[in-house]
Design a protein around this ligand. Structure first.
Ligand code: DC
Length: 219
């Protein structure tokens, strides 16, 4: 296989750490494609729930994965996602999906299939990809890895402001302790605690980190 030619910026971190806002803004600044890997696990969970399958039944979830078509694409510089031709839209962040997604994403076969999809993006574009295991598992060879963190209080306050029901403590515990690719800080990741920072400042820190690791970035 030929060497990958596109840049990958990996942005990992716990739920509500601010990584989506940072990744979106960063991708816009760099002219890279923003890919939210969590949305893929959410799309599968959304579909599982619609089919009346329990997220806590790994065999049934894997069987369901085998009969649906999750299409991950790119259109006009934006990553797109649909399940059997339907864009789940706001369904991705429903309370039911928030409650079921950790169980679904903890299933090893689910990770195998979705990680393969995530890796395909690098074949077509420079990307900023956010998730839990992007720097540790999906693209361990990229030098551009960040771990975006914030205190539990700040993260809970962010979710409350968004008016979204999300048991962060439970989801973080499940995401961090599962056997398959748990949330970890990659050894060579730059850690940024955003508790006391606004978005502009975080993006500046990431851009400085990228420059420090050799990427040409316009300031
Ligand atoms: O980033 P998020 O909160 O939208 O992610 C939803 C869930 O998906 C999260 O609870 C854990 C899982 N996830 C994962 O296991 N690996 C990723 N790379 C991204 C998300």
């Amino acid at each position: 296989m030929s060497a990958p030619t596109h840049h990958v910026v990996a942005i990992d971190g716990p739920a509500a750490s601010g990584k989506s806002s940072v990744s979106r803004e960063l991708a816009a600044r760099l002219g890279f494609l923003h890919v939210n890997s969590g949305a893929m696990y959410r799309a599968l969970t959304w579909s599982v729930l619609r089919a009346g399958v329990s997220p806590d039944d790994p065999g049934a979830v894997v069987a369901h994965l085998g009969v649906i078509d999750i299409a991950c694409g790119e259109e006009g510089g934006r990553a797109t996602l649909s399940v059997d031709g339907v864009d789940p839209g706001d369904g991705l962040t429903s309370p039911e999906v928030n409650a079921g997604v950790s169980a679904v994403s903890g299933i090893p076969r689910v990770r195998e299939v979705l990680v393969a999809r995530q890796r395909e993006y690098r074949l077509v574009a420079d990307i900023v990809m956010e998730g839990r295991d992007i720097g540790s598992v999906v693209f361990p060879d990229t030098p551009y890895k960040f771990y975006i963190d914030a205190s539990a209080e700040v993260r809970a306050a962010r979710r409350q402001r968004e008016g979204i029901s999300d048991d962060l403590a439970r989801r973080d515990a499940a995401d961090s302790t599962r056997e398959a690719s748990p949330l970890v800080v990659a050894e060579d990741a730059i850690v940024i605690d955003t508790s006391e920072m606004d978005l502009t400042r975080v993006v500046e820190e990431v851009l400085a980190g990228l420059a420090g690791r050799g990427m040409e970035v316009d300031s």
